[in-house]
Design a protein around this ligand. Structure first.
Ligand code: NAD
Length: 311
């Protein structure tokens, strides 16, 4: 089998490359290296079944040419991370909307089964108790570029779903919930690598907001094997499937765990959301995945807890 992995030089994509190559599959990576790194796949470059293509998913002809050679497409390329999206809203929107359209249309044109990576952010801010027109508590609020990511990913799901149902080409949508592990960088605002980096450097660990907000971090090693299994499961086609971990922690609790596990002397400090992300920023208090659909479809049972993930 030959797979195209868009965003294959990124955090999740590079682990998928490792997994598929180890299983004897051929892999073609398409990545523009905007947030990914060639170093993430350097160990695979000598492998005869591995090919890296430096390019943009907005390049329709290139996407079409690569997808035509594949048996499966895993579409992971996206503009990600709060800072990337806030600093480059237009480029991010183009990548996350038109880039996905290019990949899905190529897959359908060539009859190649495809997976589209989505996000828990499509659930929006469901802990709202009152809504105003300019509220940040809606993922599509056009004045909040932060949430353009969630809005674009929501439309990506629709593009994937509509093409999948109309063409009959197998399509799976995966909603990732705060996935962490090796190769994830703290540069784009991801909290676990940022805390670990701050702790190891003895710098203050900066908790945004009050730290009472709760999250559930999933290990990349738990979710990767689930991806090809979902692609091989017809009951998963044309569905969105949650993937994540099960150990919930407050962000303050996470900071404490990182300090304890690294033996760091770093103090824990608090930064207003507005200072961290700009005016009007809010965040949801809790985000926890129900993964019972994945459990039913492919017996998905994440086994790695927070200590294993941080360690
Ligand atoms: P990442 O930044 O490490 O990976 C994204 C990759 O896409 C990078 O290698 C980047 O260089 C590449 N890319 C970006 N724009 C591109 C373009 N125009 N053309 C070609 N390549 C491009 O991030 P990740 O965490 O590995 O995310 C992978 C996917 O999973 C993304 O679609 C993301 O939205 C989704 N996701 C991740 C998480 C998470 O917790 N890590 C949560 C929800 C969703």
């Amino acid at each position: 089998m030959k797979a195209v992995i868009t965003g294959g030089a990124g955090f999740i994509g590079s682990h998928l490359c490792d997994h598929l190559v180890a299983q004897g599959h051929e892999v073609i990576v398409l990545d523009d290296l905007s947030t990914g790194s060639r170093a993430n796949v350097a160990h695979l470059e000598a492998h005869p079944g591995f090919r890296f293509v430096h390019g943009d998913i907005l390049d329709r002809d290139l996407v079409d040419d690569l997808v035509a050679q594949a048996d499966t497409v895993y579409h992971l390329a996206a503009a990600v991370g709060v800072h990337t999206i806030v600093d480059n809203p237009l480029k991010s929107l183009r990548t996350n909307l038109h880039g996905t359209e290019n990949v899905v249309e190529a897959a359908v044109a060539h009859g190649v089964p495809y997976m589209v990576a989505s996000t828990s952010e499509v659930y929006g801010k469901n802990d709202a108790d009152g809504l105003t027109e300019d509220s940040d508590r809606i993922y599509g609020s056009p004045t909040k570029s932060r949430w353009s990511y969630a809005a674009a990913k929501g439309l990506d799901e629709l593009v994937a779903y509509v093409h999948g149902t109309e063409s009959g080409v197998p399509c799976v949508i995966t909603r990732f919930f705060n996935i962490v592990g090796p190769r994830q960088t703290g540069r784009y605002g991801m909290v676990v690598p940022r805390f670990v980096d701050q702790a190891l450097k003895g710098r203050p660990i900066t908790v945004y907001g009050t730290g009472t907000q709760r999250r559930c971090f999933g290990s990349v090693h738990d979710i990767i094997p689930a991806l090809p299994r979902l692609m091989a499961t017809p009951e998963a086609y044309n569905r969105a499937v949650n993937l994540g971990g099960h150990e919930e922690v407050s962000i303050k609790g996470l900071a404490d765990r990182v300090v304890a596990l690294t033996g760091s002397a770093s103090p824990i400090t608090y930064v207003d959301y507005e200072q961290a992300y700009g005016e009007g920023y809010e965040d949801m208090q809790r985000r926890y995945p129900d993964t019972s659909l994945a459990a039913r479809l492919i017996d998905y049972r994440p086994t790695r807890g927070l200590d294993a993930i941080i360690g």
